[in-house]
Structure formats: structure tokens, C-alpha cells
Design a protein around this ligand. Structure first.
Ligand code: HEC
Length: 229
């Protein structure tokens, strides 16, 4: 990138200019000058387990624990090199490998999460250092995310209108999410809610009804195209 946007500069750009900036950012090969890599932090944002061995020089790249690429398009580029697509199997990632500073599988290394042993001091292998995942294409992902947000708003509106003792059907856009119940004491009963991840059904307290902290917050369904015809 020949230059970076200054904070707030994005508000002065048109939607097309902003999308173009995103495309260039996605394609750019990031350098250390751009801020690529994090010599003293792991890929999960935690400080290195061994800060005396920063991720520089020969330790600046590691296909298993990261940093494992220098552009988004390095992985999201298929078919035909189109930025935002999926990837060849060779560009899969090892999810959770990034909890290690720098995976080495060196049996002489006993420092937890440095390169060989996990947080419980168990040596890891290539099979369990991380979870190999293919890079998905994200064409249309923005529309799915907007749908998920609209569905979230619909479900939260149903929730917000519920008084103690009530049961309501949770539906949005013709999709059935089961029933939400509120007991006489005001506690939520989510035993008949379907299709939502557990994290979306937790409340800070059993009777909490604050709209932003309620039981359906952080709802992000894996909406399927066939649900919308
Ligand atoms: C080393 C390969 C690799 C690189 C580089 C990479 N990604 Fe990904 N990306 C993946 C994989 C693998 C997944 C799926 C992760 C999973 O299943 O947990 C993913 C998932 C995603 C998703 C979620 C797509 C969806 O619809 O669920 C988005 C968005 C995304 N990446 C954007 C980016 C951006 C932006 C960058 C650059 C900052 C980037 N990726 C760099 C491999 C990569």
C-alpha cells in the first residue's frame, strides 16, 4: 500500500471509492512497515509465551502457527485469481495453531505454548496442533450477514415485547426458531428454541431483560441460501 487511510478519512469517500480501497487492501502484500506480523504477539493476539524469541527473521513465517501469509488474496483467490474467493487446499489454515508462538514440534522444548507442548504440557502433533480448515469464498457473504442482522432484530423485537408467563413463536422471514417462553417469575425458558447457537441464548441473569444483553443477543444464524428460494 503506497499509503494508508487516516482515521476518519473513510467518511469522506464514496461507497465505490471505499470498495476500491478495500479491494486494494485485500490484495496488497503487507510488509513489516505496514504493520504485518507481530514480533511479540501470537496470531491470537496474546503476548508470546517466550518474548526472548521474537517472531522476526527466520521466525517471521510459519505455515502452521502463523504468520502464514502476507495478503488476504493469498488465500481468498479462487477461481481465476478473483479476490474474495476460496482457495486451493494448499491455502487451508490450521485454526488454533496460532496459540503457539512458533510451532516446531521440538521435543526438547517444554515451555507451554511456545512451540511444542500445549497449555497442559502435552506435546502436540501435526494432527492436533490445529484444526485444518479450507478457506471459504465470501461472495455474497455481506448479504447473508445483513439477513442475519435483520433476523436478529426481528427475534429481539419478539423477545422485548414478552411479559412474564408468556410464550411466543420465534419466526422471522418464514424461518421457524421454535418457541421462547418466559415463566411467571420472569425467568426465560429457552428449552424449545431451535436453530440458535448456545451463546445466543445466554442471559447475564435468568430474568435479565435488557434489550442489548438479552438472551438472543449475538445471534448469527448460518443462513442457508435455500431458505430464501
Ligand atoms: C492462510 C489463509 C488465509 C488468509 C491469508 C486469509 N484467510 Fe480468510 N479465511 C481462511 C479460512 C481457512 C477461513 C475459514 C476459517 C474457519 O473455518 O474457521 C477464512 C474465513 C474468512 C471469512 C469468513 C467467511 C464466511 O463467509 O464465513 C472472512 C470474511 C475472511 N476469511 C476474510 C479474510 C480477510 C479480510 C483476510 C485478510 C486480512 C483473510 N481472510 C486472510 C483463510 C485465510
Amino acid at each position: 500500500m503506497e499509503r494508508h487511510l487516516a482515521d476518519g478519512e473513510e467518511y469522506g469517500l464514496s461507497a465505490n471509492e471505499l470498495a476500491d480501497w478495500g479491494l486494494r487492501t485485500f490484495r496488497a502484500n503487507w510488509t513489516a512497515q505496514d504493520g504485518a506480523g507481530g514480533p511479540l504477539s501470537k496470531g491470537n493476539g496474546q503476548p508470546l509465551s517466550d518474548p526472548t524469541s521474537p517472531l522476526t527473521g527466520l521466525r517471521a513465517f510459519n505455515r502452521v502457527s502463523g504468520p502464514d501469509a502476507n495478503s488476504c488474496a493469498g488465500c481468498h483467490n479462487s477461481p481465476c485469481g478473483i479476490p474474495g474467493g476460496n482457495a486451493d487446499f494448499a491455502a487451508s489454515v490450521f485454526v488454533l495453531g496460532q496459540r503457539f508462538d512458533f510451532a516446531t514440534f521440538d521435543r526438547a522444548d517444554t515451555v507451554p505454548l511456545r512451540g511444542t507442548v500445549d497449555a497442559q504440557q502435552r506435546p502436540v502433533t501435526l494432527q492436533n496442533v490445529g484444526n485444518l480448515r479450507a478457506s471459504p469464498g465470501m461472495f455474497g457473504a455481506g448479504y447473508l450477514e445483513m439477513l442475519a442482522r435483520e433476523i436478529t432484530a426481528d427475534l429481539q423485537t419478539i423477545r422485548n415485547g414478552m411479559r412474564a408467563g408468556e410464550t411466543k413463536a420465534l419466526t422471522s422471514k418464514g424461518i421457524d426458531f421454535g418457541k421462547l417462553m418466559r415463566r411467571q417469575d420472569g425467568a426465560w425458558d429457552v428449552s424449545e428454541v431451535t436453530g440458535l447457537p448456545r451463546a445466543s441464548m445466554l442471559a447475564p441473569t435468568p430474568t435479565d431483560d435488557r434489550p442489548t444483553l438479552g438472551i438472543l443477543r449475538r445471534f448469527a444464524p448460518r443462513v442457508r441460501k435455500q431458505d430464501f428460494g
